[in-house]
Design a protein around this ligand. Structure first.
Ligand code: DQA
Length: 145
């Protein structure tokens, strides 16, 4: 089984209730159930925290033993040097995902401390971004190295 960790940052526990016009109507838990059904060959680990240091610890914990990490640090994307450093410190490739198009919103959302340290970023494609990141890790695992 391909091992993928999904790590979500602050306020993403409120998906479905939080600004649905920006973030949609689905809770992440419901979406995750569908994601698991859509990708039966993947073993997903899911972690969400509103606390910066816990996100750093989750990145470190999964950073040496997974095929990939899908990381949405939420607001910490724009502020956290510690999370950027954690992404740079690990071996597991990270795909940064944002549900909304951060480039079409306030200027402070255009700064990311994780983009340059990630293999790539998917922004503005809704929850589908997590599925697209999963597809990339599956394709990578199957590719001739
Ligand atoms: C977000 C975008 C961030 O700017 C914001 O602070 C979030 C969610 C997104 O997924 O669109 O909390 O990461």
């Amino acid at each position: 089984m391909l091992e993928i960790a999904i790590i979500n940052g602050p306020n993403l526990n409120l998906l479905g209730k939080r600004e649905p016009e920006v973030y949609g109507h689905a809770s992440f838990e419901d979406f995750l159930e569908q994601l698991k059904k859509d990708f039966p060959s993947v073993n997903f680990t899911y972690f969400q925290s509103n606390i910066e240091g816990e996100i750093v610890e989750a990145i470190q914990f999964h950073g040496f033993n997974k095929a990939g990490i899908i990381l949405n640090p939420a607001a910490y994307t724009h502020t956290s040097i510690a999370i950027g450093d954690a992404v740079a410190a690990i071996k597991t490739p990270v795909i940064e995902v944002h549900i909304s198009n951060v480039h079409a919103r306030e200027d402070f959302r255009k700064i990311s401390h994780v983009s340059a340290k990630s293999v790539g970023s998917i922004v503005g494609l809704g929850l589908k971004g997590y599925a697209l990141a999963t597809e990339w890790f599956i394709a990578k695992a199957g590719a001739i190295q």
